[in-house]
Design a protein around this ligand. Structure first.
Ligand code: GLA
Length: 397
């Protein structure tokens, strides 16, 4: 197992807290393993993953970290620095799934333990300390990061083979069936497979991936509107159902199988809402593949234009944007250093993402913050993000 080196304040924090709570073992080690798994921002390819389509997210330099040591009594004891809480459970108590909605942070740990055991893996228990710096509920996939960090840790401690797409599928299953949130595969895949300096093209049908370098001299800036919408879950499920209905009308397994030409030839046989939902997905898949070509050419201008088109399509056809997201994108596009901007993630609130000239990223962030604050009265959170690796074991200090 090759451990990556990091000088991250969170790594230091979980290791120090681990020493305080669990001390050293007989070999004087504290702890035995440290893992991290990142959050993500999606550059383009929105609401396409559950249509078997294409997405282009990148793993960001915000992550969930766990420092841990194996235990011999088949139990898990984990302290969360962020919640100031300890959870303790026996691996044998999570062999069956008896409920369907659970949102506490430790349910993600139990859900992953459940799904790994369901897949036939023999797990070892552990004791550990966890901390993260992905804002919760902002649409940057703190849940997927928690799932993939937990999976990476169980794999390291129990000597399981680490196959990222397989583990991503299991993480998604934990979220769908244990936590009770209906999500696609994008978030777990990118948290498992991110690559430093790159975005990742994911074919959400085959789970094949290709790392695509960010255009030279660009920076990715995440623009959090600081608004959250309670209805995201039901609206998300409604969009999924509309997409499935559209695929049935086209007589294909998923909208991924509908080309732009095919869509145009049959568009007038669909009712107005179905037509707009399908048009978003079909054109977004095409835009994502064009975005990959633009990135490969290092063409930030073309990439930015595709991001802008994606936003318009999400706003007008898929109808998952919000007043604040539209305002944020408008503020971003007003800056001459911005190549393109769009809402990112499920929508209705949460974040937008912008591609900007690298040297101007912090000035861009300040101007957009000011513009958004004066237009909405809300203070945004803005993060200039680097693309990082996916879930990994990290070298010990
Ligand atoms: C959420 C889901 C993802 C994906 C996006 C929309 O983030 O978790 O699977 O569907 O919304 O692109």
């Amino acid at each position: 197992m090759q451990a990556q080196h990091y000088d991250d304040p969170l790594k230091c924090k979980v290791v120090q807290e681990f020493e305080l709570r669990f001390g050293r073992d007989t070999a004087c080690r504290a702890p035995a393993v440290v893992v991290r798994a990142p959050g993500r921002v999606n550059l383009i390819g929105e609401h396409t993953d559950y249509n078997d389509g294409f997405v282009l997210p990148m793993a960001i330099d915000r992550a969930v970290w766990i420092a841990a040591r194996p235990r011999d009594d088949r139990s898990v004891v984990c302290y969360s620095l962020d919640f100031g809480q300890v959870v303790e459970f026996a691996l044998d108590s999570v062999r069956e799934n008896t409920a369907h909605k659970r949102s506490e942070w430790y349910e993600y740990l139990k859900g992953v333990a459940w799904v790994l055991q369901q897949a036939g893996h023999e797990l070892r228990g552990w004791e550990g300390v966890m901390a993260g710096d992905i804002p919760i509920g902002a649409g940057l996939s703190s849940s997927a990061a928690l799932e993939m960090a937990t999976a990476r840790l169980f794999a390291a401690i129990s000597d399981l083979p680490w196959d990222p797409p397989t583990m991503a599928r299991l993480g998604q299953r934990a979220e769908n069936e244990w936590v009770g949130v209906n999500c696609g595969i994008m978030d777990q895949m990118i948290s498992a497979l991110g690559k430093v300096g790159h975005a990742l093209l994911i074919d959400c049908r085959s789970l094949e991936t290709e790392a695509v370098p960010l255009p030279p001299d660009t920076a990715v800036v995440v623009l959090d509107t600081a608004t959250r919408r309670g209805l995201v879950g039901s609206a998300y499920n409604e969009r999924r159902a509309q997409c499935e209905a559209a695929a049935r009308l086209f007589g294909v397994p998923a909208l991924r199988d509908v080309s732009v030409d095919m869509f145009e030839a049959h568009a007038d046989t669909l009712d107005e809402v179905t037509r707009r939902r399908a048009r978003h997905v079909v054109t977004e898949n095409a835009r994502t593949l064009r975005a990959v070509e633009a990135m490969r050419r290092g063409d930030a201008i073309a990439m930015g234009r595709l991001m802008n088109e994606s936003h318009v399509s999400l706003r007008d056809d898929f109808e998952v944007s919000s007043r604040e997201l539209n305002q944020m994108v408008q503020c971003a596009l007003r800056q001459s250093t911005c190549y393109g901007a769009r809402m990112t993630g499920a929508g209705f609130g949460g974040c937008a993402v912008a591609l900007v000239r690298a040297g101007a990223a912090y000035a861009f962030a300040a101007s957009v913050a000011e513009c958004y604050r004066s237009a909405t009265g809300i203070a945004p959170n803005i993060y200039v993000c680097a693309a990082t690796n996916g879930a990994e074991v990290v070298s010990l200090p």
